[in-house]
Design a protein around this ligand. Structure first.
Ligand code: NAD
Length: 292
C-alpha cells in the first residue's frame, strides 16, 4: 500500500477562511501580543510568521520585546499588564526565556481567556468535560486532520506516542471526548517497553516524540492512519553535500509504504496548528467581548 497524504495546507486554508469571517463579525478586531525574552533566532522567526498569519485574517499583532536578560519578575509584570489591557485579546510567550526562568510558571500567569495556547489549568480542565473551545492547538490539529480525512475513530485502536503536557496528554484526553464513540487509546512514552508491540496494533497512530525516524515501517500495520506531529531538523547527504532538512518522527518512506493515510512533514500538522492558533485568538476575543 502507498499512503494517501493528509495535507495540512487545504485544511489550514479552510480554518483561516472561517477565522477571517469570525474576526470580521467581532465589534473590535482581536489583537495577539507575543512576548520575546531571548535572542533566539527561532523564536524571532516564529514571531514573524505569527505576524504574517495574523495579517492574513485581520488580527492585530504586536511583539513585546523584553530582552534576553528578562527576569521572572519582569516577565510576570509584563503578562499582568497585558492581562489588564482590554485592547489585548491573547498573550503568547515565545520560548526560550532566560536560563533559570521557568517559562511554564510565566505561562500560568496568563489570564485563562487570553491563554491562546490553551494551556492554563482552567482551559485544560475544560478539555476533560469535552469543551475544546480553547484547546491546545497541536492536539486539536492532529484530531482535526483525522476528522477532515474522514477517519471514524469509534472503537479504533489508537496509539499516541508522547505524553507531554502540550501535545501527548491533551491528545489522549481529546480523543476520549465522546462517551460512546471514542477510540481505545494507548499512550506510549519514553518509559514504554517494546514500543513496536503497541504501534503495530494501531489503526490510528499519532506520534509526538521529537525523535526523527522513531517509527519505521516494520512497527506499523498495513492500512493504518498516521499523524506525524514531530518536527526535527536533521542533516542529510545529498550529492556529496550536507543539507539541513525538516523531518517528522516517522520514517516517511517505509511507513507510507504500509499506511493508508499519512501526514507529511513539513506541510502537515504544523500548518494546521498555526491556523488553529488564529482560531484561538478569535475565540479569546469573542469571550472577552461577550463578557463586557
Ligand atoms: P517533549 O519533548 O515535551 O515530549 C516528548 C515526548 O515523547 C515525551 O512524552 C517522551 O516520553 C516521548 N518520547 C521521547 N522519546 C521516546 C521514545 N524513544 N519512545 C517513546 N516515547 C518517547 O516534546 P513535545 O513538545 O511534546 O513535542 C514532540 C514533537 O512534536 C517535537 O518534535 C516537536 O517539535 C513537535 N511539535 C510539533 C508541533 C506542530 O505544530 N507540528 C507542535 C508542538 C510540537
Amino acid at each position: 500500500m502507498t499512503a494517501k497524504l493528509i495535507e495540512g495546507a487545504p485544511i489550514a486554508a479552510a480554518i483561516k477562511e472561517r477565522v477571517r469571517g469570525q474576526v470580521a463579525g467581532l465589534p473590535v478586531p482581536p489583537r495577539l501580543v507575543s512576548i520575546l525574552a531571548s535572542g533566539d533566532a527561532g523564536a524571532r522567526f516564529y514571531a514573524r510568521s505569527q505576524r504574517k498569519a495574523c495579517d492574513e485574517v485581520g488580527i492585530g499583532f504586536d511583539l513585546r520585546e523584553l530582552g534576553p536578560e528578562a527576569s521572572a519578575d519582569e516577565l510576570r509584570q509584563a503578562v499582568q499588564a497585558l492581562n489588564a489591557d482590554e485592547s489585548v485579546s491573547s498573550i503568547f510567550l515565545l520560548v526560550p526565556v532566560a536560563d533559570g526562568v521557568d517559562a511554564r510558571q510565566i505561562q500560568l500567569c496568563i489570564a485563562p481567556d487570553k491563554d491562546v495556547e490553551g494551556m492554563h489549568p482552567a482551559n485544560i480542565g475544560r478539555l476533560f468535560y469535552g469543551d475544546f473551545s480553547l484547546a491546545p492547538c497541536t492536539p486539536r490539529a492532529a484530531i482535526t486532520m483525522l476528522q477532515e480525512a474522514g477517519v471514524a475513530l469509534e472503537g479504533k485502536e489508537t496509539v499516541v506516542v508522547g505524553h507531554s503536557e502540550i501535545v501527548g496528554k491533551p491528545t489522549v484526553v481529546m480523543l476520549l471526548k465522546s462517551l460512546m464513540h471514542a477510540p481505545t487509546v494507548t499512550c506510549c512514552h519514553i518509559a514504554t517497553r517494546d514500543l513496536a508491540s503497541h504501534t503495530s496494533r494501531a489503526d490510528v497512530l499519532i506520534v509526538a516524540a521529537g525523535k526523527a525516524g522513531l517509527i519505521t515501517g516494520d512497527m506499523v500495520k498495513d492500512g493504518c492512519v498516521v499523524i506525524d506531529v514531530g518536527i526535527n531538523a536533521v542533516t542529510v547527504r545529498q550529492g556529496g553535500k550536507k543539507k539541513r532538512r525538516t523531518v517528522g518522527d516517522v520514517d516517511f518512506d517505509s511507513v507510507s509504504a504500509k499506511a493508508a493515510l499519512i501526514t507529511p512533514v513539513p506541510g502537515g500538522v504544523g500548518a494546521v496548528t498555526s491556523a488553529l492558533l488564529l482560531q484561538n485568538v478569535a475565540e479569546c476575543a469573542r469571550r472577552q467581548q461577550a463578557a463586557r
